[in-house]
Design a protein around this ligand. Structure first.
Ligand code: NDP
Length: 347
């Protein structure tokens, strides 16, 4: 059985959802009440691969909302309690979605093996980052040529290059062969190490990298205050919005700038679940985050292991392995042609 741990995109959304589901007490409750609330297993589902194989899964709402990010103890407890519930529910492989994997890594929750009486078995969990990185690379490879961008000579800026997903994307694009990799993040040292590891790539600040880039892969959570001078961007420019939350379209809206929601896959048929409604997918019945799909793929493949775990461990072999499984079971990466945006009309 596979599991997905997620959360609402905002406190307001979470309260609206609670009202729709008839939980009036929660709908009227304040943030303190939500901080104290336990995780909920809200949905069970059966999923059929294109191969015909069927698996069962469950969605666990961690009852975390981004407004709790600064309440460190609460954020940590929410993630661990949701993992405990997944394990106690007998789920064999569970993906940590949205902010939950970031909280897990940033707060070093590997130290917290025991939650109440339960010893967490890390083999049952995955960040889903290997599949996310593979999907983002597919999105670059498919959509850049569709805009007339020749990847063999293109400059690709990876914002968040030193991160888990970003470094994997850099390695994959390097193997594929592109014009030049532009490496962007805030701290210089991890970028210098990545550059040494790759044996190539130019380290630049965001403001310097953007005007040079034909393709920008965003794999960092962006600050609300970020402003992009769209007049300085190349046209066409493909921007893959791989961070969470996905808020790049409002910041980079301009003719010739094509923003694609990154790390999103579409399944070959409707699944008959409610869980992606909260994630604001265009087709919530068959679209989902690639990290969630990784848990399904591991279940389909009977690979009961923490396939994606820790930081900067994603190998090209693992990306190829999960990518091949992704296609075989009926997933495909979201494309610009799936998004009915005015920008596409000018493509
Ligand atoms: P990591 O923490 O491993 O890496 C984050 C990277 O972003 C680091 O290189 C970091 O470096 C950089 N970064 C952070 N803030 C900024 C900033 N303001 N400007 C420039 N660079 C910045 O995270 P992951 O690789 O695990 O995840 C990356 C993003 O992808 C997250 O937003 C995550 O939520 C999202 N994600 C999306 C999924 C999906 O859509 N399917 C699935 C999984 C994750 P430094 O700190 O030095 O700046």
């Amino acid at each position: 059985m596979f599991g997905l741990i997620g959360h609402s995109t905002s406190f307001e959304d979470a309260r609206r959802k609670a009202r729709e589901l008839g939980y009036e007490e929660y709908a009227d409750g304040d943030l303190d009440m939500w901080c104290a609330a336990p995780p909920q297993l809200v949905e069970r589902v059966t999923v059929t691969s294109r191969t015909g194989k069927q698996i069962q899964g469950a969605y666990i709402d961690s009852v975390f909302v981004p407004e709790m990010l600064r309440r460190f103890k609460t954020a940590k407890r929410k993630v661990l309690k949701a993992m405990e519930l997944a394990q106690k529910s007998g789920i064999t492989i569970t993906a940590l979605g949205g902010f939950t994997s970031i909280i897990f890594e940033d707060m070093n929750l590997l130290k917290e093996e025991r939650v109440s009486a339960v010893e967490l078995d890390w083999q049952r969990f995955t960040t889903g980052n290997t599949h996310t990185a593979w999907v983002i690379c597919q999105q670059v490879e498919t959509n850049a040529p569709a805009l007339g961008i020749d990847l063999a000579s293109a400059k690709v800026a990876v914002v968040g290059a030193s991160g888990d997903i970003g470094s994997a994307v850099c390695r994959y694009l390097q193997r594929r062969g592109i014009g030049e990799l532009l490496l962007v993040a805030r701290r210089p040292q991890p970028l210098i190490e990545l550059q040494a590891n790759l044996g190539e790539g130019r380290i630049l600040g965001l403001e310097e990298a953007l005007p040079e880039a034909d393709v920008v892969v965003w794999v960092a959570s962006l600050p609300q205050s970020l402003q992009i001078d769209t007049s300085s961007l190349k046209k066409p420019c493909l921007m893959i919005d791989g961070g969470y939350p996905k808020n790049l379209d409002s910041k980079a809206a301009a003719e010739g700038v094509h923003v694609l929601k990154g790390g999103i896959v579409e399944f070959w048929q409707d699944i008959g679940w409610q869980m992606m409604e909260v994630a604001e997918m265009a087709k919530p019945q068959r679209q989902m985050f690639a990290c969630f799909a990784e848990a399904m793929l591991l279940d389909f493949e009977e690979l009961y292991t923490n396939f994606s775990w820790g930081r900067n461990n994603i190998s090209l072999e693992a990306m190829d392995r999960i990518g091949e499984a992704s296609l075989r079971h009926g997933f495909r990466a979201l494309a610009l042609s799936d998004q009915a945006t005015p920008a596409l009309a000018t493509a």
